[in-house]
Ligand binder design. Structure first.
Ligand SMILES: Cc1ncc(COP(=O)(O)O)c(C=O)c1O
Length: 436
């Protein structure tokens, strides 16, 4: 039997067989960027920005949509648009990128961290309901990696308990649930176009919403508080609204170059999402046959699943550390740093440190309430520390033969698990090998 690649054996995949890369662009994108450079409209309600906003909003099936600086700001603006602020409690899943909770503390709200479901790693809605108090104003659903929150149940829960529903869709451009796009369920949704995302402009963000009132408020919030419309000609309006209706805010706009590159990406998005979804289902079918491997549950209501990351879990019986498993998998696939463990849960996350900012010291009670350590998140902790394995969506951009290599590598590790347990794990660093 050949040894594991991490132990000096022959890898499943030779170094000469290259993996796809992300992000990608084409000649048409480059032409549009040059055109924007030569134009005298680089920002502030430019034509490409609104062309993109309209097309992306239509694709997801929401009523209104507008660009903003990034996905972190998008969540902050969503909260502010709904008048959520000091001491309001907002339910946030414990397994997400730190921005979901950080945006809450940046409006002086209290993120209440709630655990996730063991088979989808999306918000556990029974636990969310149990966490509701008199101070709860909203639930933020994060559609994580390649699985979506139970939107039927969540919409009903928010209605029944009179709570605002915000969707953090940073991972799920192109996901449809019962034929309806994510981001069109909540009153407001937030999106990220950061480099690693499936629709990317290097950086950038977006909000969708369901009413003109919220749209106008989001427009002001991202634009130094100026009332809608600041540039009347762009919207076919006669004149700008009087400044005396302005509100307090900052500049959270994006540029025409970002909008230009997003227009190109949007043309390719649906085809890419369909391809990744097909590859993920093909790979999942193979992984499901390997003892000790648990695939992530796909909800029956999903009509198209977008993948920011592809994930699976190691069963307890395998008795192998997930960091160790990732290091060995990367060695088998000749792909350094591609597989890694899921996010650090927010109660122990190195980048979620709300008690390091003086701005958050509004009272002793508030300071205590935002301490992330007060929350128990056993499922999220298990995913991060023991069972979870994830990889960037670029792994799903290749052909079926690439999925076969991944499945063969996982099978080899499981078959040689005794050898694996004895080896020392190497470090994993997020996406370092992908972009450059
Ligand atoms: C779930 C989630 N929400 C929000 C964000 C923040 O987006 P951005 O990096 O554009 O600020 C990210 C970024 O990775 C994310 O993964």
């Amino acid at each position: 039997m050949p040894r594991l690649a991490l132990n000096g054996g022959t890898p499943i995949r030779p170094e000469t067989k290259k993996w796809p890369r992300w992000p990608i662009s084409n000649q048409e994108d480059a032409k549009l960027l040059a055109e924007i450079t030569r134009s005298n409209r680089w920002s502030f309600d430019g034509p490409y920005e609104w062309q993109f906003a309209e097309k992306f909003t239509q694709y997801q099936g929401a009523k209104y949509g507008l660009c903003c600086a990034n996905g972190t700001v998008g969540i902050q603006l969503a909260l502010e648009a709904l008048d959520i602020g000091a001491y309001d409690e907002v339910i946030v899943p414990g397994l997400t990128w730190q921005a979901t909770a950080a945006a809450c503390v940046d409006v002086n709200a209290i993120p209440v961290l709630v655990d996730v479901e063991p088979d989808t790693w999306n918000l556990d809605l029974d636990a969310a309901e149990a966490a509701i108090t008199k101070k709860t104003r909203a639930i933020i659903a994060v559609h994580l990696y390649g699985a979506i929150t139970d939107m039927t149940k969540l919409v009903q829960l928010c209605k029944r308990r009179n709570l605002h529903l915000i969707e953090d869709c940073a991972h799920q451009h192109g996901t449809f649930y019962k034929g309806k796009g994510v981001g069109s369920f909540g009153e407001v949704s937030s999106w990220s176009f950061q480099e690693s995302k499936v629709l990317s402009a290097g950086e950038g963000g977006f909000n969708m919403c369901q009413t003109k009132k919220l749209f106008e408020r989001l427009y002001s919030l991202r634009n130094c508080g100026r009332p809608y419309p600041a540039n009347p000609a762009v919207f076919g309006e006669k004149k700008a609204s009087a400044l005396d209706t302005a509100i307090q805010s900052g500049n959270f706009r994006l540029t025409e170059w970002q909008a230009g590159i997003l227009l190109g990406g949007l043309k390719r998005l649906d085809e890419q999402v369909k391809h990744r979804d097909a590859m993920a289902q093909y790979l999942n079918a193979q992984l499901a046959r390997i003892p000790g491997i648990r695939t992530i549950r796909r909800r029956k209501e999903v009509t198209q699943q977008s993948y920011f990351n592809f994930a699976f879990a190691l069963e307890k019986d395998l008795k192998v550390d997930n960091k160790q498993f990732c290091a060995a998998l990367n060695a088998e696939l000749n792909w350094p740093d591609s597989f890694e463990v899921p996010y650090e849960p927010l109660n122990r996350c190195g980048l979620y440190k709300p008690q390091t900012k003086v701005r958050h010291k509004i009272s002793a009670d508030y300071w205590k309430a935002i301490n992330p350590k007060r929350f128990k998140l056993p499922v999220s902790e298990d995913a991060h520390l023991k069972s979870g394995v994830v990889t960037h969506h670029v792994a799903l951009m290749g052909a079926k033969s690439d999925m076969d290599d991944i499945a063969a590598a996982v099978r080899k590790l499981v078959d040689r698990v005794d050898e694996l347990r004895k080896l020392k794990a190497g470090p994993t660093k997020r996406y370092a090998a992908l972009a450059r």
